[in-house]
Design a protein around this ligand. Sequence first.
Ligand SMILES: Nc1nc(=O)c2c([nH]1)NC[C@@H]1CN(c3ccc(C(=O)N[C@@H](CCC(=O)O)C(=O)O)cc3)C=[N+]21
Length: 285
Amino acid sequence: MAKLISGKELAARVKQEVAQEVQALRQKQITVRLAVIIVGENPASMTYVAGKARDCEACGIESDVIRLPEQTTEAELLERVRACNEDPSVNGLLVQLPLPKHICEKNVIDAIAPEKDVDGFTPVNVGKMVIGESCFLPCTPAGCLEMLRSTGLSMAGKNAVVVGRSNIVGKPMALLLCAQNATVTLCHSRTQDLAEICRRADILVVAVGRERFITGDMVKPGAVVIDVGINRGADGKLHGDVDFEAASEKAAFITPVPGGVGLMTRAMLMRNTLEAAKRQRGQAE
Ligand SMILES: Nc1nc(=O)c2c([nH]1)NC[C@@H]1CN(c3ccc(C(=O)N[C@@H](CCC(=O)O)C(=O)O)cc3)C=[N+]21
């Protein structure tokens, strides 16, 4: 039976550390602030943004949620982004994705000042990550890495399989695992013999967005399984991409959904926001 990697416990620990540092900064009259821009009323996005605002409060980080209507034009949104870039009281800035179809996500991400890009989505931060320079790591893969570290197992030389090649999760996850000296295989919708490849994985990270995509027979006995999926099932509940019950019988460690990677994503955002404030402060001095 697999041990559970609790996103709840790990995220609480990270947030506790962030809260302590934020408090120490406050004693020096330094505040930490995150601006979150959300366009439209996608219910999932609204839930995530509410969660981020709650985490900010728990960490003593000031949060500004800027809610814009669905019909907001790209030019109007870009103007908001620029205003946040120029506002010295804003340390971290993120624009919740997905954006309405009439807005080009690339143009919006490109407009975010890299030093405030706490999502790690701008080309500058992505490029730095690729070459191993200090940067803001994207929150979801960074959270997965923390969960892997929490097992105490070494990643060096292990077979790591990442299923899903999105810019936000799969691709950066593969790079981070590579930096940990794992042997990485990045799989996607065109991969042949996916089950075969998954069965060789000592570390299996899944981010495809399909309920029960990974079945029990695809999990190697003793593997560490990280489930990034968040799917609203026909039962109205949240499910990951992994058949949790079946995979639990094989894996040594597994993350739950809910209560797993999602909570760590938010905790990493808090850490990045604190880091942004410290770096900007360092620049000002
Ligand atoms: N610019 C941008 N940055 C993001 O970081 C970003 C984004 N856009 N778009 C969407 C994805 C998704 N994401 C999640 C964050 C928290 C939970 C989370 O807290 N999940 C809880 C449950 C939440 C619920 O009840 O729905 C859990 O898994 O236990 C999930 C998903 C951030 N994303």
